[in-house]
Design a protein around this ligand. Sequence first.
Ligand code: SAH
Length: 353
Amino acid sequence: MVHRSELSNKLLTGGTGEIASIINYYSGAPLAEREALFSAALEERRKYYGNLVFFRGLIEFSSYCKNDCYYCGIRRSNRNAVRYRLSHEEIMRCCAEGRRLGFRTFVLQSGEDLYYTDERMCAVIADIKEHYPDCAVTLSLGEKAEESYRRYYDAGADRYLLRHETADGQHYARLHPSEMSLENRKKCLYTLKEIGFQVGAGFMVESPYQTFENLASDMIFLRELRPHMIGIGPFIPHRDTIFAGEKTPSVDLTLIMLALIRIMLPEALIPSTTALGTIDSQGREKGLKAGANVVMPNLSPPRHRKDYSLYDNKICTGEEAAECLDCLTRRIRFAGFEPDFSRGDGPVMYAVS
Ligand code: SAH
């Protein structure tokens, strides 16, 4: 049996050592123990979100990137990466299709593409908000100057996703080139929050060199930042990176991290990621059963999808948006949850005593 309040207390007050030993414990625990943890997380999620699973339409609008994150397939030094960029009009067409299918959130994600200046980006944001005022716009464009973030916000963007990737400085330096820093990444997150965005942070699980202490630092950073959204997915090697030879993890540790984070920050919006679905055909369902409550099906034009290749063997790159949506809603219902197409800004239910 998991004593939820005791565990939650330890996660909210413990230091790196104590939290690392909890993660370590569950990673080696018998299945029944892990399942008890997932049920506890599910119960916690039920208090704030019932059975609902929020849908976000993901538009991967550019695979150009000026950064060189060692793990990422679209890093600038990958000569084999196929680069594409959707025009303003093409992005609008994805939104029109998304709105027709019922989405109320559009997530615009890209590499750090210099073509999309603040001016061009703001024009897209304003156009979406003008045509679809009932929809939320989420951005995931990487690290920018405070001024740029302010301009996006003023143009109407509601949310911003920026995973911190790892909250340990030394670990961060082993995954990123020296011109990037954990400090700047964290600073961006605090700035975004201060501006008024709903903010999403997060990290990869089983990235190269990662220790349980690193994962504990991630949890401690999250409890300090208190983001609205938390994106966690397994690291998956990409063939054109220096980590090509790393092993693809199983879903086990990601599920444990999802559950622990749900118990620590029960009101968070937590996606069950495509990466999770990539390493296990039931991965997204398992993520939902471990405490996640958001899915982000792809609205990008099918002809470009395989070129937004962050890691190998990404799923759902062949289907039309409507097919993807149909498949995912059926899977979610079958897993015992209820797809929800509202904006999904936060908790919809409050704890009943
Ligand atoms: N340029 C944006 C979007 C990055 S891509 C930004 O910097 O925020 C979105 C996320 O994909 C990243 O934050 C990273 O956590 C994840 N990702 C990248 N490469 C990956 C890999 N090989 N395996 C799993 N996730 C990966």
